[in-house]
Design a protein around this ligand. Structure first.
Ligand code: SF4
Ligand code: SF4
Length: 319
């Protein structure tokens, strides 16, 4: 295993001299922006004169389904799909999805860049009460790093949230990935500008810079990246911890699909007379977050206020 502090922690994939295609596999779940960064990378590689093949598989159309995309570029690329064990860079926007695809990484040279964001699928929440154990990957970043030659666990979602837009987490990861390829930074930024919504260009360029900076810090062994081992907290509160569940509903984004109403385990949601979702029985809501994960339109955010305060306090104490 090589430590993140190792000088050779991130090798540039010297695209100009490599005859074999460079293989990048991007994975996550629906709604995280897997396809967007895949398209941006493919577009960029093509603009640099490479032959590019990109393929993608969407899981369920709604949020929560697995999504992955293969991007291959080089002087010549024949197949759009990357064989198992041939991925040069595995980029994961969700922790368990990243672990699931690890066997695709080249065992000797592959780079693993993973957001520590955890999106627990509904079938892993067998008991939906606060504090109940989840059937979800228990591996910590340190344990994964011990088994992968070169691995980075980045709290990209938190970094994007601090910028004021958690949807930019995928671009934080793109910034991290950019350090493993020798394309000019200005061209990467052009690709970001090309593919993100126009109103979010500024925040996404900042997100890109943060991702690059995080990896640069890791290469130099300097503080921010290495000391900030991500908080790997369960998204739900411990059973004996008082907390406030607050649902933030954006009416303009609700398309009345009824998914959250049907799947809320406590049956505490309903559509109002205008067919917009509302929390009908607040005292029954456990903060399980299923509605947030399953809404295809990002219309619901679940806030566990006291838990967030607790995590922030823990992070502050470690600094
Ligand atoms: S409203 Fe959402 S967070 Fe509350 S119990 Fe239902 S699915 Fe879970
Ligand atoms: S909040 Fe989302 S899942 Fe619920 S009805 Fe509206 S669009 Fe559908």
């Amino acid at each position: 295993m090589r430590d993140a502090t190792d000088d050779a922690a991130v090798r540039a994939v010297d695209s100009a001299t490599v005859r074999q295609p460079t293989n990048v596999l991007i994975v996550g779940v629906g709604g995280q922006g897997v396809i967007m960064i895949s398209k941006a990378l493919a577009w960029l590689a093509q603009s640099q004169g490479f032959e590019v093949k990109q393929s993608e598989v969407h899981g369920m159309a709604k949020r929560g389904g697995a999504v992955f995309s293969h991007v291959r570029f080089g002087p010549e690329v024949w197949s759009p799909t990357i064989p198992k064990g041939e991925v040069d860079i595995l980029v994961a926007l969700e922790w368990a999805e990243g672990l699931r695809w690890l066997p695709y990484l080249k065992p000797d040279t592959g780079i693993f860049i993973c957001d520590t964001k955890r999106i627990v699928p509904p079938f892993a929440c067998l008991n939906r009460h606060p504090g109940a154990p989840l059937r979800y990957s228990r591996e910590t970043p340190a344990e994964v790093r011990a088994h992968v030659l070169e691995a980075y666990a980045i709290d990209a979602t938190r970094m994007a949230e601090e910028l004021g837009n958690d949807r930019a987490a995928n671009v934080v990861l793109l910034g991290a990935v950019s350090t493993a390829m020798d394309f000019p930074v200005a061209d990467w930024e052009r690709a970001v500008t090309e593919f993100v919504p126009k109103k979010t260009i500024a925040v996404n360029l900042k997100a890109f810079g943060l991702g690059r900076g995080w990896i640069d810090d890791a290469r130099r062994g300097t503080p921010a990246a290495l000391e900030a081992e991500p908080v790997f907290a369960t998204p739900r509160a411990p059973a004996d911890t008082p907390y406030n569940v607050r649902l933030e509903i954006t009416p303009g984004w609700c398309k009345s699909c009824d998914i959250c109403v049907k799947l809320c385990p406590e049956r505490c949601l309903q559509l109002n007379s205008e067919r917009i979702v509302e929390l009908a029985i607040p005292e029954a809501c456990t903060g399980c977050r299923l509605c947030e994960w399953l809404c295809p339109d990002f219309a619901i955010r679940v806030h566990l206020d006291s838990v967030q305060d607790m995590v922030a306090a823990q992070a502050g104490a470690r600094q």
